[in-house]
Write a protein that binds this ligand. Sequence first.
Ligand code: NG1
Ligand code: ZN
Length: 534
Amino acid sequence: VNLRAVYAFAREMYPKNVTTDIQYGTAGFRTRNDKLYYVMYRMGLLATLRSRAKDGQTIGVMITASHNPEPDNGVKLVDPMGEMLDQSWEKLATNLVNVSDMELQDEIARIIENEKIDIGSASCVFVGMDNRYHSPGLLKAVEDGVLTLKGRVKSFGIVTTPMLHYFVVCANTNNAYGVATEEGYYDKLTTSFKRLRGTEFERGNYKNKLIFDGANGVGARKMLRFLKTMDNSLGIEVFNKGEGKINHECGADYVKVQQGCPIGLPEIEPNTRCCSVDGDADRLVYFFTDANNQFNLLDGDRIATLIAGYLMDLIEKCGVDVTIGLVQTAYANGASTEYIQNVLKVPVATTSTGVKHLHHKATEFDVGIYFEANGHGTVVFSNKARKSIHAASKNVGNDLNEEQVAAARKLLLTIDLINETVGDAISDMLLVETILHTNGWDVKDWLAAYTDLPNVQQKLMVADRNVIRVTDADRKCVTPDGLQKEIDLLVAKYPKGRSFVRPSGTEDVVRIYAEAATREDTDRLASEVSLITY
Ligand code: NG1
Ligand code: ZN
């Protein structure tokens, strides 16, 4: 490996065209596409180094700006077991991107030395991209970065973010988790889905009809591919398939934040089940319009509670001794938290915003369910849970009755249906459909579990958002001085009031969240808090 090539390539092909520093945040690097070529090239270099530092295990690179508008793009690295990039390497990523072209070669040499990397050793990088028109050019830059360091690179082309996480984990477990191909992914999910559904496609109030808003992103294409393997077991109609701009007035983020229907859907009967995914298909929300033309949202909190109820029931039925817990962020609706604690009686943990915090916390339980209110989440199972459920399904010891064994088998199929590597809109959707089908529920039955408190999210443009620093899972400000005291005073005026402010990790804004017993109080609280924050 000749490190001089690093500089030569950078200067010729991917010169740094930005002078302001950027930071590897909760969503990796994300900005306008034309400012990202040098970043992608450098991330190709870094991913190869990371793979070599991890004894040649496969590292993922995903090119997407998720729910952001079309001109944006971004890049995120995936660690060997599907986790987000390790924190110490986030710092290396930030440094590597901010040095000049001239300094690049030395910076690479420094990483090699400090991380004790054998630069001649084997490596493997998997790359995937969303369907933005600038993604292929950016993907080429990542590949060139890998090739400059004589690494091995495999491109999967257009895939969802969770598919790439799945491929990485499969590759690093010798295909024990599944087969590291698109077919392997479809096969794993559809096989378990079809077994769980059986031959009776409708049951009780559950109708086999779902309207799917693909946000004009990669999720729409993949859903269409899925349908080919489903044999009509799921009646889905896909809209926003790519004819419009990605995420433009559609998709999970739009539906959640605007609390309204996306564009691009046909006239539908009241109470029809609809769902939206985001641009890279790692977020999912459900919604419907009722007979009074009222819009109803079933967000990540609802999905989490639905899953928790279902898993609790199966675990109780089969009688295995495992702990179960649910992880939320401060954005979870207060009514959902109350319902989980008081009705489902499942312990709840709250972490800072950002999937890596939730995922980490969830692994403290044998069965850890985590969801952000925006619809990003999944379930993780400990080895202990996996082993004891497996043993129960085989009736090891022969002391279980038929019902217990059946519940254990169902649990095993459910584990297969879940993409444990990261929140996956398509896998989550198949799970929600399975649970509603099992319960014989329509959307109204699901909504009836609890009543959401009215809530609102606002964005505030400020000169420097990092003036605000937060603690206690984002719920309290430590700076600027006195702000938290003032927020507390405002919140205290409103029954069931709750509000917090924090700097966004993905946009140059401060986010304000408020909820209260009534819509008027909620809006008033949000505007009062935004006035004192400004
Ligand atoms: P920021 O911009 O830090 O609020 C947003 C989401 C996060 C997470 C990240 C990563 C909200 C309020 N925030 O983060 O939950 O999904 O994007 O994409 O939804
Ligand atoms: Zn996303």
